[in-house]
Design a protein around this ligand. Sequence first.
Ligand SMILES: N[C@@H](CCC(=O)N[C@@H](CS)C(=O)NCC(=O)O)C(=O)O
Length: 224
Amino acid sequence: MATSSGQEESKKLQLYSYHRSSCSFRVRIALNLKGLDYEYKAVNLLKGEQHSPEYLKVNPIGYVPALVDGDILVSDSFAIVMYLEEKYPQHPLLPRDLGKRALNYQAANIVSASIQPLQNLDVLKYIEEKVGPDAKIPWVQKHINKGFEALEKLLKDHAGKYATGDDVYLADIFLAPQIHGSIQRFNLDMTPFPLLSRLNEAYMQLPAFQDALPQNQPDFPAAT
Ligand SMILES: N[C@@H](CCC(=O)N[C@@H](CS)C(=O)NCC(=O)O)C(=O)O
């Protein structure tokens, strides 16, 4: 039987995720926006579960997220979000206008290709070991600042309530986790980024974004 979201009841989606992972957070937002129910499969990155032989069969590069939809397995948040967009057309994540669509690809890729890879766990461990523990946060902040400066300039003439107008699209799905993590994890000063700060406030009003927050995931550590 198919549900109103187009999902077959017998084939619930499965998402391999880690609560704090910004890449998983993107996919959780997309799933929520599209009203897709899914089973949460926790992969504890701090315990190194992403390197286990079982998980490497799911994603050979050993990163979360990965999505299982029946007999289809997709890894990499960008690929997963595009897959969801094509398979489940409800709540489109891309605008029809080609220029606006390209802007969404560009903003999403600044986050996914030019910011997040430089703050990945593997990279931070390397910097900590080879350069020193004190080098880690300045390194991350330098690269986030560079990306955020570009995003502020890129979006300033296009933003409405959200990054590329008054509807939530792909760019927002990538921006929200990056901004959230930059503040919470890397203590980034957001003063130079008034537009991104305003967008962050707007995202936090939306249930699809709130429900995808790290603290609302089943693998978020319980308070002791
Ligand atoms: N381009 C990939 C990057 C995936 C990625 O870097 N995932 C991080 C969490 S956000 C991870 O699994 N890191 C584990 C590690 O570095 O060992 C995507 O967008 O899914």
